[in-house]
Ligand binder design. Structure first.
Ligand SMILES: *[C@@H]1O[C@H](CO)[C@@H](O)[C@H](O)[C@H]1NC(C)=O
Length: 379
């Protein structure tokens, strides 16, 4: 769906939809050989190309997959890897997979780094088998100056053992089968998912789930200074940000942590890096006619995103407002609130940035306002 039109976006998003609502050994962190530092045996390689399906420890590969070393040259291009000295390059039509021991019924988020190499538009499809159809991650816009971005994707485990699969599709219409994104730093995290709150019976509680964004995809300690991108998902998909949906055609929001950025509250927040083309949405049960107050913080991530002002549009069916925040790009936030009357038995809370911003360091890195510490109280 095209979300470039402001009015259409508003209507689309605030209209409440009538919808119903490793085992013991599992640990959050990198997947086994998730950074591909354990190389294939030389006998299983031809140059950088991986020949055997089981050549890379803990992984199964099919198609044209290369195990690349940082600094390797390819034509005029020097390949870089984000972590350690090795990574995988997924050629057209290739697949990599790893078996995961998980707990049936739990939600998990997978994070990995990816970088485009040849095509302007590359996409990876990510899935677990058995599970829902693959989710598509557009490796399209470069959000960071390094050219590396971390992406997240989430799933609900329907079995105790699932295969995590990353596939590089063959619809790029390229002649060179080697062309494809480089991937690295595969990690997983169990998501703690609260059941939805029952709006009608709470008096003073926050109706929103995960309003502080403390629950979300894995962010590597130390490494991964870029934040983690949360791609768009439809409403039926498991979100890496429990409670929240990212609505867009292809753009993302950036999940940031206090270790690498400034966040207004707690240790995590969301940076709206893609202007009008993406909205952060949560739908909650409300009593029609009740008086509601939505409180939230708008700030900047101290990532040199300078703009006076940056603006966040906050919208519900009962009212909306634009919140301006003057960002020096050095961290800070303002608290604001929207009072409205609930119109329906479900209310959608929508946040989006009304502008496009890049960092002032001339790298062209996309950035934007940070949203955090959101609460919705109705009485
Ligand atoms: C290795 O790659 C070269 C060049 O593409 C090819 O000529 C050769 O046959 C390959 N060797 C094996 C064992 O696949």
């Amino acid at each position: 769906m095209g979300l470039s039109n402001n009015g259409a976006l508003f209507l689309l998003l605030v209209c409440a939809a009538a919808r119903a609502g490793a085992a013991a050994a599992f640990r959050d962190g990198p997947l086994l050989n998730g950074n591909f530092e354990q190389p294939p045996h030389r006998s299983q390689m031809n140059g950088s190309r991986v020949l055997g399906a089981h050549a890379i420890p803990y992984w199964t590969v099919t198609g044209f997959v290369e195990h690349i070393r940082s600094g390797a040259k390819e034509g005029d291009m020097v390949l870089a890897v984000p972590d350690g000295t090795h990574a995988l390059r997924l050629g057209t039509g290739s697949t990599i997979q790893q078996q995961l021991s998980v707990t049936r019924g739990k939600h998990y988020s997978v994070t990995f780094s990816a970088s485009r190499t040849c095509a302007q538009y590359e996409k990876l499809s990510v899935s677990v088998v058995p599970g829902d159809p693959p989710g598509e991650l557009p490796i399209q816009t470069v959000y960071t100056s390094s050219g590396w971005d971390s992406y997240s994707w989430a799933f609900k485990a329907t079995r105790g053992v699932v295969s995590f699969v990353v596939h590089h599709g063959d619809d790029d219409q390229l002649d060179d089968p080697a062309c494809g994104p480089i991937v690295d730093n595969m990690a997983i995290r169990t998501l703690n998912v609260d059941p939805p709150h029952v709006g009608a019976t709470t008096q003073h509680g926050n109706l929103l789930r995960n309003g502080d964004f403390e629950e979300g995809p894995y962010i590597a300690k130390g490494g991964s200074p870029w934040g983690v991108l949360v791609p768009p998902m439809n409403e039926d998909r498991v979100s890496p940000l429990p409670g929240w949906m990212v609505m867009a055609s292809s753009k993302v929001v950036k999940y940031i942590d206090a270790e690498h950025f400034r966040v207004p509250h707690g240790s995590r927040a969301v940076e709206l890096v893609a202007g009008l083309e993406v909205a952060l949405v949560q739908e909650v049960a409300t009593v029609p006619g009740s008086s509601c107050r939505l409180e939230f913080s708008v700030g900047d991530a101290a990532d040199r995103c300078t703009a006076a002002p940056m603006s966040v549009q906050v919208a519900t069916a009962g009212g909306s407002k634009t919140v301006a925040y003057n960002s020096a790009g050095t961290g800070g936030f303002a608290r604001d609130a929207l009072d409205f009357t609930a119109q329906h038995d479900r209310t959608r809370v929508v946040f989006y940035s009304t502008g496009y911003h890049t960092t002032s360091d001339s790298t062209g890195t996309l950035c934007g306002p940070v949203v955090d510490h959101v609460s919705l109280v109705c009485s």
